[in-house]
Write a protein that binds this ligand. Structure first.
Ligand code: HEM
Length: 462
């Protein structure tokens, strides 16, 4: 009987202690802070939540946009934020004190020394080079089949490998480095997928580089700078294979998943907001009318120039990127101690996770109707686009490291969205569950199943 009383007393102590830990929380949803382990256990356990991004948003709303956490004895300190004043400080005013950090390069080792991992001089050099290339009239990373797997089509190994990397990297942001490195070394758990994916990506890039090189050797200068980015670097003759590999993989990641993901969420939101869809169609109607005269009953495809003054579609895309930013959180590290505008103290080496997904859903930042798709919030009285600072709308990052492909991305998204919407009614398949996948890109877990119905214009849009 004595052992029973002992166990019962221990259990009571544990319950009382647990209640004490719960009472210390600012927000009841936040991870519990345990002795020795800190928040680590809770943070890893919470990664299993199917609604992870929404849960993080509730925590950040409950903790007034900032949540400092730590991993106990491992000494790792995290600072999770979606506070615009902190973002402005970290990404712009005190930019030099907040690099990506060495650890980011290790977490995202698949990107090698490419622009996403680079800091300081190497980043400046790569940014200048990429800017030049992307300003070219025929910018392409390289042409190859590297898109996402489609239902019923054969698996694309590179696309699958990239998805595996992106899903595993999120764990590496939370798990202490010594643990995931050990798992990677012995190819254990999620790190097994990472090791396999890494080999697939390396092979894909090596094949592409070898192909371009042999084309260059056959045709000499005539393969030329204009064909794609890889060929352009190869014909310059001063790039190592490692540089070519890293640049290609970085730019493929930058442009492949982001725009595609944004468009998936865009069509998803329009299915739920027919009013917005109709206003886009009304805006396209005058342009389409002139084209339809020329093309009779063929599909209407809009040119880049024709869409340059289209503001409502642009505003609707911004609204979609606010609610579903393709990069839902960003990573920084503090180089030296600092105090953030929110009053939180940073120590050298602190990991900072900036939740852009949550920032887009904060009432204090976007107003009481922040959960609604309302493109009008992006329009000024004169029906021109309203400027929103990037520390508040950070889908494309903020400060000196703002996305280099922002304009390209808007152009691509507008052309695709306009053509699909004008020619087809996009209807969500009833019963298909749409939810974000836990990854550093906001992919849809089960994709977005739709039925496309050819619109019967001109009668539909008048
Ligand atoms: C909707 C589409 C896009 C979104 C939402 C987006 C978003 C972002 C974000 C959040 C970053 C910062 C990432 C980080 O620092 O960890 C970034 C960086 C970057 N993006 Fe994009 N991006 C998009 C499309 C593109 C496209 C089409 C390209 C061109 C291929 C591109 C090229 C880049 C580059 C080169 C950087 C690195 C900039 C630097 O570190 O200086 N992006 N983008």
């Amino acid at each position: 009987m004595d052992w029973f009383v002992g166990v019962l007393s221990l259990l009571c102590c544990f319950v009382l202690y647990y209640r004490h830990l719960q009472s210390k929380k600012t927000c009841k949803e936040e991870p519990t802070e345990w002795p020795l382990l800190g928040h680590l256990f809770g943070m890893i356990a919470d990664l299993r939540r199917p609604d992870y991004h929404d849960w993080a948003t509730v925590v950040l709303a409950g903790t007034r946009y900032n949540f400092p956490a730590h991993a106990g004895l491992t000494g790792v300190r995290y600072f999770v934020t979606c506070d615009p004043s902190n973002v402005r400080h970290i990404f712009t005013s005190n930019f030099l004190n907040y690099p990506k950090g060495e650890e980011f390069g290790q977490i995202f080792d698949v990107l090698g020394n490419g622009i996403f991992n680079a800091d300081g001089e190497s980043w400046q050099r790569q940014r200048a080079k990429s800017q030049l290339l992307m300003a070219g009239p025929r910018f392409r990373v390289f042409s190859a089949r590297c898109g996402r797997d489609k239902i019923g089509l054969p698996v694309v190994p590179f696309a699958r490998a990239m998805d595996d990397v992106l899903a595993t990297v999120i764990l590496r942001h939370i798990i202490p480095p010594a643990c995931w490195r050990l798992m990677y070394r012995y190819e254990l758990g999620p790190e097994k997928k990472m090791a396999v994916a890494r080999r697939t990506i390396d092979q894909f890039a090596a094949d592409m580089i070898a192909k371009r090189k042999s084309e260059h050797n056959l045709c000499g200068e005539s393969v030329s700078e204009s064909s794609d980015m890889l060929s352009s670097f190869i014909s310059n003759g001063d790039a190592s294979d490692e540089f070519l590999r890293d640049t290609a993989v970085n730019l493929l990641l930058a442009g492949r998943d982001t725009t595609g993901t944004a468009l998936s969420w865009f069509f998803y939101l329009l299915c739920k907001n027919p009013r917005v869809e109709q206003r886009i169609l009304d805006e396209l109607a005058p342009i389409a009318a002139t084209k339809m005269l020329a093309t009779a009953n063929d599909m209407v495809v809009f040119d880049v120039g024709e869409l340059s003054n289209i503001v409502y579609l642009h505003a609707a895309l911004c609204e979609c990127l606010r609610l579903y930013p393709p990069v839902p959180f960003l990573h920084k590290a503090a180089a030296a101690g600092d105090v953030l505008p929110s009053g939180h103290e940073m120590k050298a080496g602190d990991k900072i996770l900036i939740y852009s997904y949550s920032m887009g859903r904060m009432e204090g930042v976007w107003g009481m109707d922040c959960m609604e798709l309302r493109p009008e919030r992006w329009l000024a009285d004169d029906r021109k686009l309203r400027y929103e600072p990037s520390y508040k709308f950070m889908a494309f990052n903020a400060g000196p490291r703002t996305c280099l492909g922002k304009e390209v991305a808007f152009t691509q998204m507008k052309v695709v969205a306009a053509a699909v919407l004008w020619n087809f009614a996009v209807e969500a398949v009833p019963g298909h569950v749409v939810e974000p996948k836990l990854s550093i890109i906001l992919h849809m877990k089960n994709g977005f199943a739709v039925a496309l119905k050819r619109r019967n214009f001109p009668s539909v849009h008048g």
